[in-house]
Ligand binder design. Structure first.
Ligand code: 8YV
Length: 322
């Protein structure tokens, strides 16, 4: 397929891009389509008539696509997500309206799993806090860093053993004392111990790594009871969605040292992070960087584009959600 710059082609298909998304993707979309860049928080009812002619919407994980935006675009046929998570897409509404939805699975699995392992080590070994104390000159002034726990031999509990959860488990097989998991049902073909009850799972884990997909069924899955079951020596890592953990309960448990630490890449109301966490040396914070590598973001962009090209050409979509 050859592309002329869509801006010179009056027949170019109109699309909406919640953006900016990623320079390479933004540029490639502009070559293919008549792109209307729309702010992610734009009121669908206030969109200009020419924008409401859009036949496709390109969005990303933390924004998704609401029923309201779908209803505001009468010609919408396709939603292409620049993310694997589609918990912010009203998929049932899309299906009811015959709107196709695609995401970007697999291409980001390794990077997200890598960050989970990195956050595990950073949290257990106090890497961020020790970096700060060196930079502050404390070590030079004779301050001795507190001893920390060890990762090797820990019982790692993986919440959600999907593609990313399994990739995390594979990475930790060499060091974990045990790998166990909790999900709605056992995963066939895995040797890891399945624990059906969430509180038993938390009690049996030294570190919980939250790897389940987001969405209504997982909202608040890690609550105060689960955090108390994890216990004062337990830690938690979240590379999934902030909504999976009751964030107020997490902040309270960390403040009261009812758990020993947390490594967090995702939050309930991104990019806003509870300020109480900022002063906690036993917490490691990341700005949702799971898939944020050059290689992976390009691979994700290429997958978004391949799905859109398939949609335009009437070929089967590569990674359909709906
Ligand atoms: C997105 C994410 O990839 O893929 C997901 O579901 O959570 C993120 O890593 C990133 O926000 C780009 O949309």
């Amino acid at each position: 397929m050859t592309y002329i710059r869509a801006m010179t082609d009056p027949a170019a298909i109109p699309i909406i891009a919640y953006g900016p998304l990623y320079p390479y993707l933004d540029e490639a979309l502009a070559w293919r389509f008549a792109v209307h860049a729309v702010a992610a928080d734009a009121d669908p009812e206030a969109l200009p008539p020419q924008v409401r002619e859009a036949r496709a919407l390109v969005s990303f994980g933390s924004v998704g696509a609401s029923a309201a935006i779908m209803d505001a675009l009468p010609k919408l046929e396709m939603i292409g997500l620049f993310s694997v998570g589609y918990d912010k897409v009203d998929v049932a509404h899309a299906r009811a309206k015959g709107i196709r939805v695609t995401n970007t699975p697999d291409v980001l699995t390794d990077d997200v799993a890598d960050l989970a392992v990195g956050l595990l080590y950073a949290t257990v070994r106090h890497i961020a806090a020790n970096d700060r104390m060196v930079r502050a000159g404390d070590w030079a002034r004779g301050v001795k860093p507190a001893l920390c726990g060890r990762v090797t031999g820990k019982r790692i509990g993986i919440l959600g053993l999907g593609r990313i959860g399994r990739a995390i488990a594979r990475r930790l097989e060499a060091v974990a004392g045990e790998i166990l998991y909790h999900s709605r049902r056992p995963v066939a073909g895995t040797a890891y111990r399945y624990v059906a009850d969430p509180l038993d799972f938390a009690r049996a884990s030294d570190v919980i790594i939250v790897a389940t997909s987001g969405g209504p069924e997982a909202r608040g899955l890690v609550d105060a009871a689960m955090l108390d079951a994890l216990g004062p020596e337990g830690m938690i890592v979240n590379i999934s969605r902030g909504s999976v953990i009751d964030e107020d309960a997490l902040v309270a448990a960390l403040a009261e040292k009812r758990i020993a630490g947390a490594g967090l890449d995702v939050f309930a109301n991104e990019p806003h992070v509870p300020e109480a966490l900022f002063s906690m040396d036993h917490v490691v914070l990341q700005p949702h960087q799971g898939s944020a590598t050059v290689e992976t973001r390009k691979a994700m962009a290429d997958l978004v584009l391949a799905n859109l090209d398939a949609w335009v050409s009437g070929r089967p979509l590569l990674t359909p959600v709906a």
